[in-house]
Design a protein around this ligand. Structure first.
Ligand code: 8YV
Length: 317
């Protein structure tokens, strides 16, 4: 039996039903910690997602039955991978299929912040638009600006392509493996995060959330950004110290921010909500019909491979 923790696109639910006995979550709310423990005792597999914080207690409990956890999503920071390995439980994710849509959303946030789209929309809907004038809501052009990409994995590379080829940005990147990937000759590698922060007009985060990247962008790093620069985060809230970000915006050190992810989702730092220079989206990076269906099919493919006794394509633990 496969326990599915959230509702999925209809086509995915039907495809899962063709292959497995399923246990669906009633309503579309996250399982409680007790329900998660129970799922691990009763199911052979759990199909989970970012809203399920699956700690060591699930993997290490007596009478655990689960043999495989198929995560719907590429990020796996909500799963205790070491505990999964220690217990011999396999974990898979859904890379590749969400790369392009997440990269699109990063560009959307850059444009929205630089062109003051949120502010303009709020003004219009609020009945405060008095008509066109030459000096109304002037923003900044993306073209010609320097983009600093933190993390040059699949999504970081897709953002680099869009930013340079589509918008004429200069692209500087800082990455764990200091090598420019094939086909990205226009990307300059920064020797350090500090060097990248000193150069970039827009900093976009594309690293996974790990103990090493926890609050990677803290008060010190925000202070090292160029005055008036913009921070975009479509990675994980854990990578940014949200309180420090609010302080940097309030002091004018940063010129704006575009966020899709937060430290304590669905909570958002109250200091952010009132700011006109911030664009806030509710974790929509992969939220297209095409991608969410593809993510579901990828999770299904991983489960099928596991139960067929072959190697799942996207094993992470
Ligand atoms: C998902 C994401 O919407 O894949 C990820 O890591 O952040 C998004 O694509 C979400 O996390 C589903 O698990």
């Amino acid at each position: 039996m496969v326990w599915v923790t959230r509702r999925l696109p209809k086509s995915v639910e039907r495809a899962l039903e063709e292959h497995f006995t399923l246990r669906w979550q009633r309503g579309d709310v996250p399982l409680t910690p007790d329900e998660l423990l129970r799922a691990f005792r009763e199911a052979d597999a759990v199909l989970c997602t970012v809203t399920d914080r699956i700690g060591a207690e699930c993997f290490a409990q007596p009478h655990r039955r689960v043999e495989v956890v198929a995560n719907f999503g590429v990020g796996v920071n909500h799963l205790a991978l070491d505990a999964a390995r220690a217990a011999g439980v396999m974990v898979t994710n859904t890379p590749d299929v969400l790369t392009e849509d997440t990269a699109d959303l990063a560009l959307l946030l850059m444009l929205a912040v630089l062109r003051r789209a949120g502010e303009g929309e709020r003004e219009l809907r609020g009945g405060r638009w008095t008509g066109w004038r030459p000096t109304h809501l002037l923003g900044a052009r993306l073209g010609g600006k320097t983009l600093g990409i933190v993390g040059l994995g699949r999504i970081g590379r897709a953002v680099a392509r869009r930013a340079h080829l589509g918008f004429g940005m200069h692209v500087v990147a800082w990455t764990r493996t200091p090598r420019v990937p094939d086909g990205l000759g226009y990307v300059e590698l920064a020797p350090s995060l500090d060097a990248l922060l000193a150069r970039a007009d827009v900093v976009s985060l594309h690293c996974p959330a790990t103990p090493d990247t926890q609050r990677l962008m803290g008060a010190d790093q925000l202070a090292r950004m160029r005055r008036g620069a913009v921070l975009v985060n479509t990675a994980r809230g854990d990578v940014v110290d949200e309180a420090a970000l609010v302080a940097a915006l309030e002091s004018g050190q940063l010129g704006g921010a575009g966020l899709d992810v937060y430290e304590r989702e669905p909570e958002v730092h109250p200091g952010m909500l009132a700011r006109e220079d911030v664009v806030l989206l509710p974790h929509l990076g992969s939220a297209t019909v095409e991608t969410r269906e593809a993510m579901g099919m990828r999770a299904l493919a991983n489960l099928l491979a596991f139960f067929d006794g072959t190697d799942p394509p996207d094993r992470v633990a």
